[in-house]
Design a protein around this ligand. Sequence first.
Ligand code: GLN
Length: 446
Amino acid sequence: NYLDAMERDNKKINAYVNPTAELAMEAAKAVDKKIASGEELSPLAGIPMTLKDNISTKGIETTCCSNILKGYYPIYNATVWEILQQQNAVLLGKTNMDEFAMGSSCETSCFGGALNPHDLSHVAGGSSGGVASAVGGNLAVYGLGSDTGGSIRQPASFCGLVGLKPTYGAVSRYGLIAYASSFDQIGPITATVEDAALVYDAISRYDEKDSTCRGNTGKPASESLNNSIKGKKIGIAKEYFDGIRDDVNDAIQNAIKVYESLGAQIVYFDMPSLKYSLPVYYILACAEASSNLGRYDGIRYGYRTPHYSDRNEMICKTRSEGFGKEVKRRILLGTYVLSAGYYDAYYKKAQNLRGTLVKAFQDAFQKCDVILAPTVPMTAFPLNFTAQDAVETYQTDICTVPVNIAGLPAVSIPCGFDGTGLPIGMQLIGNSFSEPTILNMAHQYE
Ligand code: GLN
């Protein structure tokens, strides 16, 4: 059924950039046999799913939706994909994304953007837009995306879905093609909180191949979804609401009332350092990206320019032809902030402010169990909106980047619709490794 639906609908929404129908059929048949033989299977066995195209899949082309990686077939699997294969997941294909996960609309993809299943004249969001488009358009039950500054939560919010950005270190990043390594995390986009909890429980394991990964050492998140939330404290930091659209604010105020009726207690406080989030994120993420993307030199992976006379010219032309505009902008920005004369003024300052933000969240979690905030200040952008002004687009990440700076978990869930029928999302932010708490709070709202 899913393969038929992909055949019919993928041309409309452009969610998949590399469908793997034959492999999916094989995997599904293998699960059928296991079921017939009475083997006990994981709840994820046989479930059709997708992976963002920056998650390495052995023998399956993995492009990060960049011309520079076209024709790249990884020789190993990302750990998350290893785990899911052991649990008999059925991969339907690789999904669309902003080039190297840099963007908020999926439109920097070299394959063109993925569309919003709620309204095809709007984007699915980004950078994991393809996963959200596929899950929202019923072309997959769930998918794994990556979230460096909002790329799981923002498209989930735009498409009326659940998106979980786990704690930094809860899920292995081995085999995730790096954008900004100190921010990147893999997580699920699903239709329900229960699905998100099941996928999170499956993938949040210690991995010796990623030195930053310890996995979830606590209880599975799926076991506490039905706990009462009576007496739980929900924090509201007013800075998260600065400049958000009225209809988004109204939807969140209604959600606050729902939580009050469920017995939660609302506490209000200020987090003035949140205003540094965007500059801190864009300085540090670009700095890390400029270093991570140094490896695309035409020698080791994917594309190489056909015309050159020496090695330097080959590297220069390969990178000039292979990378898109937004990626080049970030490599330049990142190289600039790391350069000898400017390092102290930008990179070092941003690192210090990162510490300030970490501290601000620690203080906040002395006062509450979770923080509730909008996911995005608005609903899905119309097509081509993000092509107009890069800085204006960066500003729309204002509510999602703070948790990546602090390494915290957050889940975005739907909380209403705007006047045109586009979904509105809100996020529940928790302290490190409190995924069971935020997913419990999210499930109780659903
Ligand atoms: N929109 C943000 C950016 O462009 C976040 C991207 C992400 O999380 N990968 O960097």
